[in-house]
Design a protein around this ligand. Structure first.
Ligand SMILES: NC(=O)c1ccc[n+]([C@@H]2O[C@H](COP(=O)([O-])OP(=O)(O)OC[C@H]3O[C@@H](n4cnc5c(N)ncnc54)[C@H](O)[C@@H]3O)[C@@H](O)[C@H]2O)c1
Length: 275
């Protein structure tokens, strides 16, 4: 029997990178997935990969920062699968500058995507989760649900050039610990995984031309200078960045029945790096 058979999971930003790896891992373990990304093409790529695994998925394309997105995300799960068991707040990106060059727009964008959007998704899920939990309690069942918020070591320890990103990611810690206290009565485990260096387009080595990603109307620079990656690898006890699959493994651990008594925790998946 697969560990997550019959479970339904929302995974934001699951068209690429860590989010896609999480969606595939949960699907491989039997969950049905609601995929989300900004654009249809990456979301459809994940859908195709999940279907290849013989698992089920539905797509909810959209910007997590749009008003009403949270309700749409939750509705997609309820309409397609009639359940909601796992919520992974993964969508995000860094928009970096040193403080004197950081605009209000930049700072606000980081709070919108890493703080406000996860809050709204979780608020939209509150109604269905409470109703399902009450029904299960009345029937004498104990069903555990899972929330995993994706943070960063920058949110825990700070990182030069990332004031806005760090602020957004740090807020996930407070939200995780608060919601763990609010939703314990509904048997929801609310945890957070803070990643170190994970190899995705966000952290790819910048050799020559800059790599950018279109986020709404903004073109955001992605990637890290190779000498910086080398320096980080030297600081990481395991000596290297992690793969998206290894990152997904950390999130998956907090979605399994073995984590039913773990809540309000921040798990570092950083190859041992603490800054
Ligand atoms: N890669 C790392 O080293 C690292 C380290 C710490 C934390 N993280 C966090 O992990 C998460 C995933 O990052 P990744 O490395 O896989 O990056 P990625 O760029 O490979 O993937 C992120 C995905 O999220 C989507 N996305 C971004 N903004 C969105 C929005 N507003 N609405 C919907 N989708 C949106 C992107 O289109 C993209 O497909 C992010 O929250 C990131 O901050 C990554």
């Amino acid at each position: 029997m697969k560990k997550l058979a019959g479970k339904v999971a929302l995974v934001s930003g699951s068209g690429r990178g860590i989010g896609q790896a999480i969606a595939l891992k949960l699907a491989e373990e039997g969950a049905s997935i609601v995929i989300n990304d900004l654009d249809k093409a990456p979301a459809d790529e994940t859908l195709m990969k999940i279907n290849k695994l013989g698992a089920q998925a539905a797509v909810c394309v959209g910007d997590v920062t749009e008003a009403g997105f949270g309700e749409q995300f939750v509705k997609t799960a309820m309409e397609n699968f009639g359940a909601l068991d796992i919520i992974i707040n993964n969508a995000g990106y860094p928009w970096d500058s040193v403080i004197q060059k950081m605009s209000d727009e930049q700072f606000q964008a980081m709070l919108d995507v890493h703080t406000v959007a996860p809050f709204r998704i979780l608020r939209a899920a509150a109604g269905p989760i409470r109703e399902l939990a009450k029904k299960e309690k009345a029937e004498g069942q104990a069903v555990y649900r899972k929330v995993v918020n994706v943070s960063s070591i920058a949110g825990l320890y700070g990182n030069a050039g990332q004031m806005a990103y760090a602020a957004g990611k740090a807020s996930m810690v407070g939200m995780t610990r608060t919601l763990a206290k609010e939703w314990g009565r509904y048997n929801v485990n609310v945890n957070c995984v803070a990643f170190g260096l994970i190899e995705t387009r966000m952290t790819q080595a910048l050799d020559g031309a800059a790599v950018t990603a279109n986020i709404g109307e903004n073109e955001i620079k992605m990637g890290i200078r190779p000498e910086m990656i080398q320096a980080m690898n030297q600081m990481i006890p395991l000596g290297r960045g992690g793969t998206p699959e290894e990152a997904a493994g950390a999130v998956y651990l907090l979605c399994t029945p073995e984590s039913n008594y773990i809540s309000g925790q921040i798990l570092l998946a950083s190859g041992g790096l603490i800054m």
